[in-house]
Design a protein around this ligand. Structure first.
Ligand code: DQA
Length: 150
């Protein structure tokens, strides 16, 4: 199982950025936890972070043939990027949308996810655990291989 994992804008500030909301792990530490968890489950990962919408789209396109699943935290783009939504759809990859925080319990603008309809699952509010749960979800034997939401 090849997992493409993409962190969106401002996630490079993890550790310093609103730790009460996003936790104290740095992106480097989060990525180590992701890689360790994936390795324990015999999954291969490619992990990227970008602050740029176009770069995120290019990463999805460039890695779509390699990947079996996409795990993406589009960060603020979650709430308004139809371009990233279209890229997820176009990739054909079953995608899991993840968030460190629970976006349903924050400011009103965060309650909308424009990518949710093109993802098979949304996992939020578990901190780093959201990514680990997304890996576990991708590895479920009966997890859908299509983009149909579950
Ligand atoms: C986030 C939630 C978004 O609303 C925010 O813009 C982020 C991070 C999360 O992981 O909780 O940058 O996606």
């Amino acid at each position: 199982m090849n997992l493409l994992i993409i962190h969106g804008p401002n996630l490079g500030f993890l550790g310093k950025r609103e730790p009460g909301i996003y936790g104290r792990l740095t992106l480097r530490e989060l990525n180590s936890a992701i890689k360790k968890h994936a390795a324990a489950k015999k999954a291969r990962v490619r992990v990227f972070q970008s602050n740029c919408e176009g770069r995120i789209i290019d990463l999805i396109a460039a890695n779509a043939a390699w990947a079996d699943r996409l795990i993406i935290n589009p960060a603020a783009y979650t709430h308004y990027s139809y371009a990233i939504r279209d890229a997820i759809k176009a990739s054909g990859l079953p995608a899991v949308e993840v968030h460190l925080s629970d976006i349903s319990k924050r400011e009103p603008f965060r309650k909308t996810s424009v990518v949710k309809p093109v993802c098979v699952k949304q996992i939020k509010g578990l901190g780093a655990g959201s990514y680990l749960a997304a890996i576990d979800f991708c590895l479920l034997k009966n997890a859908k291989k299509t983009q149909t939401p579950v």
